[in-house]
Design a protein around this ligand. Structure first.
Ligand code: TIU
Length: 223
């Protein structure tokens, strides 16, 4: 077993083995973060998500320096929408739907500018990018295989949005036996109340879905 570092977290400190820990960056895509993108067409305040970029850049830099596995995800669909359930396509009352032409190309369609990750967090050529049709990173993807083949047992979970794709992925990972640390200042919600409650839900009941830690407490452990 490799050396572990103890990190302050809720509901209690956690011992991390960095060579078995992956940084997972969920859906930091232009369609969710940029003014005029899909997130905004859903009626959301994208400024709430932009707060995440700076602390996440620092965490990503530390993970890269530490040689950790970095996995980026993107939510989106094939151009013919064959992987988008009709129930997802027709949901809600956005001014534009998935696949429609938006400010940054067709909304949440793979290959379009808006579907890709914001420049500040662009993946390096050798980093894993998981394209997922759902909210969770495991459904209909190779994410599980990537973690397994790299010997990963612990995840630092970051990205957007806290109560949607971050929660779904964390819950899926927790059920599969991964220890998940949700990084409080590196996840974001359009809704401040959902951000607060979303984080509380992870660590409640003795850590029912995992741990919550601040990047300031993780960064020294990653040096
Ligand atoms: N990535 C992700 O969370 N997808 C969403 O659609 N989130 C919303 O909060 N809408």
């Amino acid at each position: 077993m490799s050396e572990s570092v103890t990190v302050m977290a809720l509901p209690e400190p956690i011992d991390l083995e960095l060579d078995r820990t992956a940084l997972v960056i969920i859906d930091m895509q232009r369609d969710f973060l940029l003014p005029g993108g899909f997130g905004e067409t859903l009626g959301n305040d994208v400024g709430q998500l932009q707060k995440v970029v700076e602390p996440l850049q620092a965490l990503l830099a530390a993970a890269r320096s530490a040689g950790m596995l970095v996995v980026h995800t993107r939510e989106g669909h094939l151009p013919d929408l064959s992987d988008c359930p009709p129930a997802k396509l027709s949901r809600g009352a956005p001014s534009k739907r998935i696949g429609d032409l938006g400010a940054f190309g067709r909304i949440l369609i793979r290959g379009e500018y808006g579907h890709d990750i914001v420049d500040e967090l662009a993946p390096l050529a050798d980093e894993v990018v998981i394209d997922k049709p759902g909210k969770g990173a495991f459904y209909a993807t190779d994410f599980g295989k990537v973690l397994e083949s790299n010997g990963i047992t612990q995840l630092l979970v970051t990205g957007v949005t806290t109560e949607v794709c971050v929660h779904t992925t964390t819950r899926e990972a927790n059920d599969r036996g991964y220890e998940c640390v949700v990084v409080s200042d590196c996840v974001g919600s359009y809704f401040p109340e959902f951000q607060r409650v979303g984080l509380e839900m992870i660590a409640a009941q003795g850590g029912i879905f995992g741990w919550v830690a601040a990047s300031a407490d993780l960064l020294p452990a990653m040096l």
